[in-house]
Design a protein around this ligand. Structure first.
Ligand SMILES: Cc1ncc(COP(=O)(O)O)c(C=O)c1O
Length: 477
């Protein structure tokens, strides 16, 4: 015997989706799977409401939607029927199949989550003064002019107030030489890297970068079709042979703290690099992603501060000092690149969100930014101490060559170790500690990258104890 449609309808009473939308979805599915065929009548609203124990109004509205979308048609005095026109239609491409074809690289079922220990490069967003930020944001919305809500296509490089505040900050804290008009606000520093790749590279041009190095940058160069010249990294940072002919178009470097090893580029190498770029007309991108976090000494002066040729492009981010989902980064451009960069940014997204930029400008101007950096510096410094003390007590088979700052420490393993295999074992016990070799193209000294800033001292200790059970065990145990 044919089942009543109502027996095939499943509604979640306490779900987040309204009963009406659930009913619409269920009925579409019955049509799609031909349980309700074109030309067939559907139950009356009274009948269906009674069977499903829902209000008749809900059924009336669901049916109205289905009529509006062409799934049902009304026949005067006879009732509602599945549209006959669907008989010629291939309903197989309706939602369930379409959903099955969606890429799975970015699962949306997971929702938002905090990072697991010891995911690198993660600030502790729980420390962020949300109440203060939202007060500033609210004040701007209430008192500010409605113009902040309109397109401001003449500001592709960002809000002047923020660019001026940043220019002061960078001059003061990092010795960056710039006029505020050289600053462009981007959607995270990742967008700055992407746009610079589009601006400066063409297929076949050469980009020199550190290996191991930052994958986000490498992907941007690859996407522009550039060829990579990989420079190894030692205790003095990027080791680039500068006897090169003039074919290197771009040098990407993380001089304050090499990503991911943590080495700091020595002054001698900095001077040589800038000299080389000046003479060979290459550009240098200085990615200064976390330089605010030096715990025992003030931040280092930037590479850009040594440049008298106008070849260094300085890139920074609010992701580590504030919070990553803000997606605000910035780039200090040589004068010759301001206009072409503005044109490209405009093409990409007109401009980055202005309300956030205005909020950030005031956050900086009122001193809250400097206070928050000081607070994080203290907190993260303590966490680094906890990390190193616990690692030493546990006798981990790791050497930590660079421990004076940053958000991560690289722990070097024995030269023969298989760091990816070890990272895989750590992953299986719930720890997120990537292998150094996962950031490299060539063979590099094996090791593990521990981010320590996003986790409380208690979590650091507990998680390191768990890691020790894997690390002190030479084979799978
Ligand atoms: C070296 C380096 N550069 C750039 C970024 C990207 O930062 P943003 O969030 O500003 O895109 C990261 C992020 O972890 C990074 O590690």
């Amino acid at each position: 015997m044919r089942k009543q449609p109502s027996t095939l309808i499943v509604l979640k009473r306490r779900g987040r989706v309204s009963l009406q939308s659930q009913l619409v979805g269920n009925l579409k599915e019955l049509v799609r799977t031909m349980i309700l065929r074109p030309g067939e009548g559907v139950p009356s609203t009274r009948e269906l409401a009674r069977d499903l124990q829902i209000s008749r109004n809900t059924v009336v509205q669901a049916y109205d939607r289905l009529v509006g979308e062409g799934y049902l048609e009304a026949h005067p005095r006879r009732g509602l029927f599945v549209s006959r026109s669907l008989a010629q239609t291939n309903l197989e491409i309706s939602q369930p199949e379409a959903a099955a074809n969606l890429p799975t690289a970015f699962p949306d079922s997971v929702g938002v989550a905090l990072p697991r220990p010891f995911r690198p490069c993660q600030p502790d967003v729980r420390l962020f003064p949300i109440a203060l930020w939202s007060r500033i944001h609210g004040r701007i919305l209430r008192a500010g002019s409605p113009a902040l809500l309109a397109y401001q296509s003449h500001l592709p490089l960002g809000l002047p107030a923020l660019r001026k505040a940043l220019a002061d900050y960078l001059r003061e804290s990092r010795g960056v030489k710039c006029d505020w008009r050289q600053i462009a606000i981007t959607s995270g520093s990742q967008q700055a890297l992407f746009l610079l790749a589009q601006l400066l590279l063409r297929p076949g041009l050469i980009v020199a970068m550190e290996d191991p190095g930052y994958p986000g940058a490498r992907l941007a160069w690859n996407h522009a079709g550039a060829r990579l010249r990989l420079a190894s990294v030692d205790s003095e940072g990027m080791k680039l042979s500068l006897t090169d002919n003039c074919s290197t178009r771009l040098i990407y470097v993380t001089p304050s703290r090499q990503f991911p090893t943590g080495a700091c580029l020595t002054l001698g190498r900095r001077i040589a690099l800038v000299q080389f770029a000046g003479e060979s007309k290459a550009f240098i991108i200085e990615d200064d992603y976390d330089s605010e976090f030096r715990y025992s000494r003030p931040p280092l002066q930037s590479l850009q501060s040594l440049d008298s040729f106008g070849r260094v492009i300085y890139v920074g981010s609010m992701s580590k000092v504030l919070f990553p989902s803000l997606r605000i980064g910035y780039v200090v451009l040589p004068v010759s690149l301001i206009e072409p960069f503005a044109a490209l940014k405009s093409l990409a997204d007109d401009h980055s969100p202005l309300l956030d930029q205005a909020t950030l400008a005031q956050f900086i101007e009122t001193g809250a930014f400097a206070r928050y950096i000081r607070r994080c510096r203290r907190e993260y410094g303590d966490r680094l101490q906890t990390f190193l003390e616990s690692a030493s007590k546990l006798g981990l088979p790791l050497k930590f060559p660079h421990t004076d700052g940053g958000m991560n420490v690289a722990g070097l393993l024995d030269r023969q170790a298989d760091d990816r295999e070890i990272a895989g074992r750590l992953q299986r016990i719930g720890l997120d500690i990537p292998a150094i070799s996962s950031y490299a193209i060539k063979r590099v000294h094996p090791g593990l990258i521990f981010g320590f800033t996003a986790f409380s001292p208690a979590t650091i200790k507990k998680s390191l104890e768990a890691a020790a059970r894997v690390l002190v065990c030479p084979v799978q145990c």
